[in-house]
Design a protein around this ligand. Structure first.
Ligand code: ATP
Ligand code: MG
Length: 830
């Protein structure tokens, strides 16, 4: 399986992978670790990431960004409607009522769902991971803001599926940061100390998230979270843009917002200015040439003025900090560290406020941009059987309290109860018991809508089907398992009907109907029954330890003490009705379409590459024909080829501008037919001297040996063989001299008389004929016996071939392979 983490940011994304036992943030095809969250649609293909961002001005209507905010939202959502007016691209309603984006793609107007657009971005990130890991990627962990509701989370999960990813966990951004921090500070706290409390702040482009975590060695427990989705880098950009729109309106009489292109450029410049102001407090210029109606605009701003403009935004910094402190009832002195991440956390005024609130220096242990992706990759490694990660467990929290309501037996009307209070540990499952005679519906909803940055409190409806009364006619016991899963999504994960069979004595066991009756949770009776409610809660909720082993198991219901009853459990089907959930047919269609678009992009890339190859060849050859290749082509051929190149260049701008891939391939072949022989002659001439030199050196060497053949060093060689070597060497010399002479007297514009390959072959040939003869070792002379010592080898004979090798050293490198294979790579921080 692949071990990959994706930080799916509002403005930019990061990809981290587990490689060589460590977590590494990997770069995209532009050698950049940051991939902009942009998708651009063109007449022939899509561009995603950096290539899309570069089209934000030139193709602004079809270049989409900031779409993370539309996940799981109705088109009619007031948030969508108000965001719509600030976008340069169009939004449209999907048939289901959710939000889609309207663009021109392949010369047609198309509406893509947000899941599809995020799916496209994920396709790109997946490719980045694949090219880093050099293998297909499917298993991964993806980040989402901790304040995302179920509908938003499910929408991101669908996007992952469209991109062919198997998301093992949707991880809250601050939780990912917590994990990354935990791995860095592995020894937190020292054994005798109590848990250390660390506050994490992530200030990204779209929002501000704060979480508090208790670190107890390998156990990381999130205690509380708070957020503000209206405090992010984009909100500072908006203030700057509005400021300059107003100023340019007055100064140059320009209505900037009426021109999408100008507005996009202003956003870009304002963001740059904002970043510069973080590093510099003096006056900084903002100049845009040919901004609108051929007018150049210019202005300036300094940090002090910026902070004044943003006073309202900056005042929001404290709220979430105060909220987490109140929720956890911690005192400021309990906080061990405050770690900040996210691009916008670099704004000095924000840092000051956070630091002042806690009365301590902020900590920046982690890479502010990459921590989320790295945390996700770590989580993926923890989930992967292929990696051994130091023992880490991380428990998250439920961000909004979740209640269930249902219609109880005819007389009682609507009942409800809170199943997961805010900050309840997650993932977590609970079992609820109902007594019913017929199918019933549970509706899950967030019970404090004021806290939700989302218009609808409904999570979904779950119809528990096939419920029938017991044989006796009494209500049947139905166990319903509710769950907040690893993705932070609520579900009714299973339901079963417990059929009570006859006991051994033939008597039917009485059921525990009264105490578990839903009436206890009738809202208006809540106060009145509160004391009873508490005592009965153990009957209603059985904590399953599956997800949250650390949580103390609730008391067993009193039934446990009863005599044994024979029961049979029947699984019940559940019909889910979730808001904005894509149907499987639609999802399949999106998966299929994504595959088609990937193929289209690939074909278009190949077509473009083929075209570029022609263009490159034309330019390359044109330069060389009057440069290095000049000597290797006669004048007439050169003129013909030059003309051909010029024609091709013109063709590329005219008829050849937009052709099929094969046309370019054929064109290149046609050019190469003329160019290749010239180029080959050049290459031959370049390499020929060295090839002759090597051969000459070889010949000389053997000649020297033949001359010295009578000397003591060679007197063991066989005379007949040496004569043969002599002949070989002489023949080779004759061959070389004749070829060299012929070649030297021939014009370079003609094909060479001898090819470099032939010269090399000749060198090889004499080597194999001569070397075995001349390198024959001289026979060893046995030393006189009496000189041999008892204790060691004879002087001067150490290290000869006869000496036995050290068996350890001689062992091939792969011998230890077996053990190495069994050992999993240990995860470490690089
Ligand atoms: P989100 O986490 O909200 O989904 P994101 O992950 O894409 O968004 P980040 O990359 O963490 O966001 O931060 C991007 C924001 O940080 C942008 O608004 C950017 O302008 C801002 N930013 C980056 N560097 C600086 C800086 N030096 N000073 C001020 N703002 C900065
Ligand atoms: Mg982020």
């Amino acid at each position: 399986m692949s071990v990959v983490g994706f930080d799916l940011g509002f403005q930019s994304c990061y990809v981290a992978v587990a490689r060589a036992g460590g977590i590494e943030t990997v770069a995209n095809e532009y050698s950049d670790r940051c991939t902009p969250s942009f998708v651009s649609f063109g007449p022939r293909n899509r561009s995603i990431g950096a290539a899309a961002k570069s089209q934000v001005v030139t193709n602004c209507k079809n270049t989409v960004q900031s779409f993370k905010q539309f996940h799981g939202r109705a088109f009619s959502d007031s948030y969508v409607q108000s965001a719509k007016s600030n976008l340069v691209y169009d939004l449209a309603q999907m048939p289901s009522g959710s939000t889609g984006i309207k663009v021109m793609y392949m010369e047609e107007e198309r509406v893509f769902s947000i899941e599809q657009v995020t799916g496209m971005l994920l396709t790109k990130l997946k490719e980045t991971a694949e090219s880093a890991l050099k293998k297909p990627v499917a298993d991964c962990v993806i980040s989402v803001p901790s304040y995302f509701t179920d509908a938003e989370r499910r929408s991101v999960m669908d996007a992952a599926q469209i991109a062919g990813l198997n998301c093992l966990r949707l991880m809250n951004e601050t939780t990912a940061v917590t994990l990354a921090y935990g791995i860095y500070k592995q020894d937190l706290p020292a054994p005798e100390e109590k848990p250390r409390i660390v506050v994490f702040v992530d200030l990204g482009h779209s929002g501000y998230q704060v979480s508090v975590c208790a670190f107890n060695k390998g156990k990381l427990k999130i205690l509380a979270t708070a957020f503000d989705s209206e405090l992010g880098g984009k909100d500072f950009d908006d203030i700057l843009v509005n400021h300059f729109c107003e100023e340019f309106g007055k100064k140059y009489k320009l209505d900037v917002k009426s021109k999408p292109r100008a507005l996009v450029r202003l956003y870009q410049e304002c963001e740059k200015l904002k970043k510069l102001m973080s590093a510099n407090s003096s006056d900084l210029p903002l100049n845009i040439e040919c901004f609108m109606n051929d007018i150049d605009v210019s202005s300036k701003l300094n940090r002090g003025q910026f902070e004044e403009m943003c006073a309202g935004l900056l005042a929001k910094v404290e709220g979430p900090l105060r909220s987490v402190m109140e929720q956890t009832k911690l005192k400021k002195e309990d906080i061990y560290a405050v770690e900040i991440v996210g691009g916008a956390s670099r704004i000095p005024a924000i840092k000051e406020r956070i630091s002042k609130f806690f009365g301590k220096e902020l900590s920046t242990t982690l890479n502010a941009d990459e921590a989320v992706a790295r945390g996700c990759a770590l989580q993926c490694a923890i989930l992967s059987p292929a990696f051994k990660v130091r023992e880490f467990s991380i428990t998250d929290v439920v961000p909004y309290s979740i209640s269930l309501k249902w219609n109880s037996a005819a007389e009682e009307g609507l009942s409800d109860c809170e199943v997961f209070p805010k900050n309840h540990a997650a993932p977590f499952s609970k079992v609820l018991t109902f007594y019913r005679k017929e199918p019933f519906t549970l509706e899950a909803y967030y019970n404090s809508p004021k806290e939700l940055p989302y218009p609808s409190a409904t999570i979904g409806r779950f119809l528990i089907q096939n419920v029938v009364p017991q044989a006796s006619g009494e209500s049947a016991k139905v166990k319903v398992k509710v769950r907040v899963n690893v993705h932070g999504v609520f579900s009714v994960s299973s339901a079963s009907l417990v059929e009570v069979l006859k006991t051994a004595e033939g008597e039917e066991q009485p059921t525990q109907k009264a105490v578990c009756h839903s009436r206890m949770f009738f809202p208006t009776l809540k106060q009145q029954y509160l004391p009873r409610l508490k005592s009965f809660s153990s009957l209603l909720f059985q904590t399953t330890t599956e997800d949250a082993k650390q949580e103390k198991k609730n008391d067993q219901p009193p039934q446990a003490k009863k005599p044994k009853v024979k029961t049979k459990t029947v699984e019940l089907p559940i019909e889910n009705n979730l808001d904005w959930q894509l149907s499987s047919e639609v999802l399949n269609m999106f998966v299929e379409n994504e595959g088609k678009m990937i193929m289209q992009d690939k074909l278009e890339k190949e077509r473009n590459d083929a075209k570029n190859n022609v263009e490159e060849y034309v330019y390359d050859m044109r330069d060389k024909l009057h440069g290095v290749l000049e000597k290797f082509v006669n004048e007439a051929d050169r003129d013909t080829f030059s003309l051909k190149l010029e024609d091709t260049e013109n063709w590329l701008y005219e008829d050849g501008e937009d052709q099929q891939k094969q046309v370019y391939i054929d064109k290149l072949a046609e050019l190469k037919k003329m160019g290749q022989p010239i180029h080959e002659r050049y290459m031959e001439a370049e390499e020929r001297p060295k090839a002759f030199e090597d051969l000459g050196r070889q010949i000389q060497m053997y000649m020297k040996i033949i001359e010295a053949y009578k000397d003591e060093q060679y007197d063991h060689l066989d005379e007949l063989e040496v004569t043969r070597v002599d002949k070989h060497v002489n023949d080779a010399m004759v061959w070389m001299n004749s070829k060299m002479n012929q070649q030297n007297s021939q014009d370079l514009t003609l094909d060479p008389v001898v090819k470099v390959e032939e010269i090399k072959a000749k060198t090889k040939e004499i080597y194999s004929a001569c070397n075995p003869v001349v390198s024959k070792p001289k026979p060893k002379v046995e030393p006189p016996k009496e000189e041999k010592t008892e204790n060691g080898p004879v002087n001067g004979q150490e290290g000869t071939e006869n000496q036995p090798c050290n068996p350890d050293k001689a062992m091939p490198a792969g011998t230890e392979q077996e053990t190495a294979e069994n050992k999993l790579p240990e995860m470490d921080i690089d």
